[in-house]
Design a protein around this ligand. Structure first.
Ligand SMILES: [Zn+2]
Length: 350
């Protein structure tokens, strides 16, 4: 290894540090909150729930249990320190907050502005290690002022946020009038956007799975990318784990988000995809990734990310992930997705 390679910085383009204070009161039934806070009891509850298909989304409880493990009594700084230990000290992390206040699940102990303020302080404390994105829900109060404060006026701890995080299944659909001002703003100020794009995760409480998928569908962004071809957009999870699985099992299926996103990346020059979460199904998905990366358009626009701490429940450990991925992809491909592409996506550096 040459000296210059040794100084390379890994960019993990998708992690979370939000805490239980950022989750709505009714996200899980109140009667479960207390048992979920006690470790052994939580294990029993999660096991029991995996037999009862409560609200047909028991995966939420598994995630919640993991979530509690990492975050129950902690602040963003404590959570960040956990992930920092998994990587070399020079690694930079893109932190994605969540605004779950409009999903119909009740009040949130720490409001989104306070969550952003805590993240801004974290970014300031950690200097280069934290690259803060801001969670924007177009239904929030004073959208225009919020955008100015977050991205132009340094209203949060004297810093500007680097990019925007969107989460359409929480109840807003890209491609329509509601989100257009946001895309116009991002386009004007050259801000990167990362949008949740898998069939899993949380959704507006009264949405069916089908409706949530309709809101999340990568095809929604065609209109947006046609209108703003220079705007840098990343579809998180590259369609998601289930789609990667289907890609192997039903290769001729016309309805596959992994294939859809791949096709769109070949069409649109500023469309990116991160491999967060999906890459934790390591044995199946790393060979697919390596093959996809043989295509120039894909190779230049895949971003390394892990989705810490959402993937903590997966068997593959985060600590091993970047090392094994690097070994399997080889140096050139690894640095392409963990350094070259992230710098272009985040900062427009060619
Ligand atoms: Zn995520």
């Amino acid at each position: 290894m040459s000296d210059s390679q040794r100084e390379e910085v890994i960019y993990n383009c998708h992690i979370h540090t939000f805490t239980m204070n950022n989750v709505p009161d009714n996200y899980i039934p109140k009667i479960l909150i207390k048992p979920m806070r006690i470790k052994w009891l939580r294990k029993v509850v999660v096991k029991a729930l995996s037999f009862v298909d409560l609200r047909s989304k028991h995966d939420i409880f598994e995630r919640y249990a993991k979530f509690m493990d990492v975050s129950s009594t902690k602040d963003q700084l404590s959570i960040f320190k956990i992930i920092q230990e998994y990587y070399p000290s020079t690694t930079r992390f893109v932190v994605m907050p969540m605004d779950m206040s409009h999903m119909g699940a009740g009040a949130i102990p720490q409001k989104i502005d306070a969550q952003h303020e805590e993240l801004a302080q974290l970014a300031k404390t950690m200097d280069k290690a934290v690259i803060p994105f801001a969670a924007i829900d177009p239904r929030r109060n004073n959208l225009d002022k919020a955008l100015d404060d977050l991205f132009i006026k340094k209203k949060y701890s004297g810093i500007n946020f680097t990019g925007i995080k969107l989460y359409p299944p929480l109840g807003y659909k890209p491609g329509g009038k509601k989100l257009d001002p946001l895309f116009a703003f991002a386009n004007e100020h050259k801000l990167p956007i990362t949008a949740h794009c898998s069939r899993g995760g949380v959704r507006q409480l009264n949405f069916t799975k089908k409706k949530a998928h309709d809101y999340t569908n990568p095809a929604n962004y065609r209109k947006v990318l046609d209108k703003y071809p220079d705007m840098r957009l990343c579809l998180a999870h590259f369609g998601g784990d289930e789609e990667w699985k289907k890609y192997l099992e039903h290769p001729r299926s016309k309805d596959n988000w992994l294939s859809d996103i791949r096709g769109m990346m070949q069409e649109y020059d500023n469309l990116y995809a991160d491999i967060s979460y999906s890459i934790f199904s390591f044995t199946d998905n790393t060979p697919i990734l390596k093959v996809l990366l043989q295509d120039k358009a894909i190779k230049e626009r895949v971003l390394f990310g892990s989705d810490f701490y959402m993937a903590e429940k997966e068997r593959y450990e985060e600590k091993r992930l970047s090392i094994t991925l690097r070994a399997m992809l080889g140096e050139d491909l690894f640095w392409q997705i963990a350094n070259v592409n992230p710098k272009r996506f985040l900062f427009g550096i060619q």
